[in-house]
Design a protein around this ligand. Structure first.
Ligand SMILES: NC(=O)C1=CN([C@@H]2O[C@H](COP(=O)(O)OP(=O)(O)OC[C@H]3O[C@@H](n4cnc5c(N)ncnc54)[C@H](O)[C@@H]3O)[C@@H](O)[C@H]2O)C=CC1
Ligand SMILES: O=C(O)CCC(=O)C(=O)O
Length: 396
């Protein structure tokens, strides 16, 4: 069986090369089984009904309308942690570059090109760019996930005091955070005391405009604010006021736009946080592996809308059913199978929020018409949004 994958953006070859002869990868495919992308926005784009899965080679999934795609039976994957080191290294370098006024100093130095007495001018004017050391300064990290946690840990090794805020920190990440990172339970505490703040939370309806007028008002005067998460997390009107009154001494963002260009004391970077060869490869490999695993076995790893499921495929066939997390779904599904005299060899049902996913391994090798018939019947159960049959090609 050939799986069709539509790609958007530049996906690293290390990932694409995993999609072997069983796959047709084509950026122009009109009816793909799955989509592999980076930052391309799928909002306001029609989704072909053939699409069963989308893999975001990266962390943020705000370019994908996850809720409405879930209603259409689409599993959405991302690649947690695969680009965290790349972002961390750029955040730390911006922290130091900002403290040492490196961005404006380099711009000024370049302006000397072609003038006489460059060396003299340099010595006479360098006092305009005297900076600070970050040792002993306080860094606030908002969002202690894959990126925030490594930024926090490594800032400690640069001798900074580190304070962090994340009311939803995961157990896995909590294990990795140094106990010298001071956790605070309300954001104001962090905002009021830090010299530098870096934000690493996902953009969602809840976090849009997260750093608003109230947040800026709570900040220490002259703060340097670093945003490698998403531009929309910061209310730009409030940012403009905070830059004008000196609350924010410098705003470093990976998300330039026309309004940002108009503001003073802003350093704009062209969304380079994850742009290293290593990170692009990590993300592409992880995304392609997860897609392959899902298309070939129905197993799920790192979806943002469904739970992880890993059931080895050993029986002749498997049915995968994505459905609402409501009572009696498994009962209705197994009754249907019993009516067709299909014997269940193994089964897993897991839920995540209002959605659930059921894998059923059957002892029967289905003919094509049998498969079409059972899938139609499964899809007619109220609450089922997608059913698939996977024939196990290796089964003797
Ligand atoms: N500039 C770039 O190229 C990149 C940007 N990103 C952005 O950074 C974001 C974070 O990435 P990761 O750390 O990998 O994600 P992650 O999912 O590992 O961590 C996000 C953390 O934010 C926390 N969080 C959620 N809501 C919060 C709130 N209201 N207050 C405080 N904490 C909150 C979560 O509990 C979680 O620990 C991504 O969603 C993406 O938007 C990620 C990678 C590259
Ligand atoms: O693919 C990229 O370069 C962007 C990465 C990013 O923003 C993310 O992973 O959330």
């Amino acid at each position: 069986m050939t799986h069709h994958i539509k790609t958007y953006n530049q996906i690293a070859n290390a990932g694409l090369s995993l999609l072997d002869e069983q796959y047709k990868v084509n950026a122009a495919d009109a009816d793909p089984d799955a989509i592999l992308l980076r930052s391309h926005s799928l909002h306001n784009e029609p989704l072909p009904s053939s699409v069963q899965a989308i893999a975001r080679a990266g962390a943020g999934t705000n370019n994908i309308p996850v809720e409405s795609f879930t209603e259409q039976g689409v599993v959405v994957f991302n690649t947690p942690g695969a680009n965290a080191n790349a972002v961390k290294e750029l955040v730390l370098s911006c922290l130091i570059a900002s403290a040492r006024n490196l961005f404006s100093a380099i711009t000024w130095t370049n302006s000397l090109k072609g003038s006489t007495n460059v060396a003299q001018q340099v010595e006479a004017n360098k006092k305009a760019f005297i900076g600070n050391e970050i040792r002993g300064k306080k860094l606030g990290v908002i969002g202690l996930g894959n990126i925030g946690s490594v930024v926090a840990n490594d800032a400690l090794s640069l001798d900074m005091d580190v304070v962090a805020y994340d009311p939803f920190v995961s157990v896995d990440v909590a294990w990795m955070i140094s106990r010298n990172v001071q956790r605070v339970h309300n954001l104001e505490e962090l905002l009021a005391t830090c010299d530098y703040i870096t934000i690493h939370v996902p953009l969602s309806e809840k976090t849009t405009g997260f750093i608003d007028e109230k947040a800026f008002k709570a900040m220490k005067k002259g703060i340097q604010f670093i945003n490698f998460a998403r531009g929309e997390l910061v209310d730009e009107q409030a940012l403009e006021a905070a830059l004008k009154d000196g609350t924010v001494g410098k705003y470093i963002t990976d998300f330039p736009n026309d309004r940002i260009f108009e503001l003073e004391n802003v350093v704009a970077i062209p969304h380079l946080g994850a742009s290293t060869l290593e990170s692009e490869e990590n993300c592409a490999v992880m995304a392609a592996t997860q897609l392959k695993n899902f298309l070939e076995t129905g197993n799920i790893r790192n979806a943002v809308n469904l739970p992880n499921i890993d059931l080895p495929l050993t029986s002749p066939g498997r049915l995968t059913i994505m459905h609402k997390n409501v009572p009696n779904m498994v009962g209705q599904i197994s009754t249907l199978l019993a009516e067709r005299a299909f014997n269940i060899a193994d089964m897993v049902n897991r839920s995540r929020g209002s959605w659930a996913y059921t894998l059923i391994d059957i002892d029967n090798k289905l003919t094509d018409p049998e498969a079409v018939d059972i899938l139609n019947r499964l899809q007619n159960i109220e609450g089922v949004v997608r059913a698939r049959h996977i024939a196990n090609g290796w089964h003797k």
